[in-house]
Unconditional design. Structure first.
Length: 126
């Protein structure tokens, strides 16, 4: 059930990118899709079947105490997810700056109107 909700989130973002004409809505749709992908990766990384603990070595009075064998969570997927979140945020900020620059030049943020204003004319120039 959770996989279906995450997949629906990814599809909503994907169809938002394709069907929406407003550039800000496209950016928000891309963010929704990226959130769904990150949620799916977290779901896959957390499926071990037993309780997971953070890999912290206990220290008592300055001496490392005995480490019990247990199911420790792997820190690599956590680092990958954190990196994906930071990169997604920076890409979103960069795209919003680009949209702000487009908003200064064009009265609308509809992609079809911007394309119409930026296409070269078909009449020959002499």
């Amino acid at each position: 059930m959770l996989e279906a909700c995450i997949f629906a989130t990814i599809l909503c973002g994907f169809f938002g990118i394709i069907l929406k004409k407003n550039l800000v809505m496209k950016i928000i749709s891309m963010d929704v899709m990226s959130t769904g992908v990150i949620a799916y990766y977290v779901l896959i990384a957390s499926r071990k079947g037993e309780a997971l603990f953070t890999p912290i070595i206990p220290v008592e009075n300055g001496i490392i105490s005995h480490v019990e064998n247990g199911a420790y969570s792997d820190p690599v997927p956590q680092a990958v997810i954190l990196t994906a979140i930071v990169i997604g945020f920076s890409i979103q900020a960069l795209m919003l700056v680009g949209v702000m620059k487009l908003a200064r030049d064009h009265p609308t943020l509809e992609s079809s109107e911007i394309e119409k204003h930026n296409t070269p004319s078909t009449s020959p120039r002499y």
